[in-house]
Design a protein around this ligand. Structure first.
Ligand code: PCA
Length: 213
């Protein structure tokens, strides 16, 4: 049976301790998520290396996941960003965890300039309903997050990329403003709603296909 795939990333030169990998594992192991999906998701914490797109991501996509919920850190952003699309562009300035930069500016020389995520706005609404200050973003960067998203969106299943800020940068509730919970706990809880939206979209489109046969 195909499953939801949750991805995060490991460390890279400017972020030696990447919270996205920890969040992906926590979300994937959440009994709450298992309950709302009716099955446990798969989890993949990618090495932040260009080579990992072929050696780690491609085999996971070959299993044809039901949907893909992707998480990465954008250390300088102040809030959670729901990426609406990925572009066919790479920066040649930022080395990956192996110290390698991309040799080409286009990620896939024969591919379209961009790939959109039709699920992004529904996911943003679900995250806001779950209490997160999530914003739409049209810029997933030119590094590994954008490249992996571009690769996943080619697959055609519901997929979305969520960029998280560094947990230490997120504002804490003011004194008397309620119990202070770690950002990763709050995000894991809300991201379960994003996962639910993706899986529902996938099941609905499978249902429509079966109906039209
Ligand atoms: N953030 C980087 C790559 C891995 C991650 O967590 C990015 O935004 O591309």
């Amino acid at each position: 049976m195909s499953r939801l795939l949750i991805t995060g990333f490991g460390p890279f030169p400017t972020v030696p301790d990447n919270p996205s990998g920890r969040l992906a594992r926590r979300l994937a192991g959440s009994p709450h998520l298992r309950l709302i999906l009716g099955q446990a998701p798969d989890c993949l914490v990618l090495d932040t290396r260009y080579g990992a797109l072929d050696t780690q991501l491609a085999p996971a996509l070959a299993k044809r996941p039901l949907a893909v919920l992707m998480i990465g850190v954008a250390a300088r952003r102040p809030r959670i960003c729901v990426e609406t699309h990925a572009v066919n562009r790479l920066s040649r300035l930022f080395p990956d965890a192996d110290g390698r930069v991309s040799r080409t500016l286009a990620f896939d020389p024969g591919g379209p300039a961009q790939r959109l995520s039709p699920a992004a706005s529904q996911v943003r609404i679900a995250l806001r309903r779950a209490g997160l200050d999530a914003a739409a973003s049209r810029d997933a960067g030119r590094y590994l997050c954008n490249a992996s998203y571009y690769r996943v969106l080619e697959q055609g299943c519901p997929a979305v990329f969520l960029h998280i800020p560094m947990p230490s940068r997120t504002p804490r509730p003011k004194a008397g403003g309620g119990r202070c919970r770690p950002a990763l706990d709050l995000w894991a809880e809300a991201f379960a709603e994003a996962a639910r939206v993706l899986v529902l979209r996938s099941r609905m489109s499978a249902g429509r296909q079966a109906h039209s046969r």
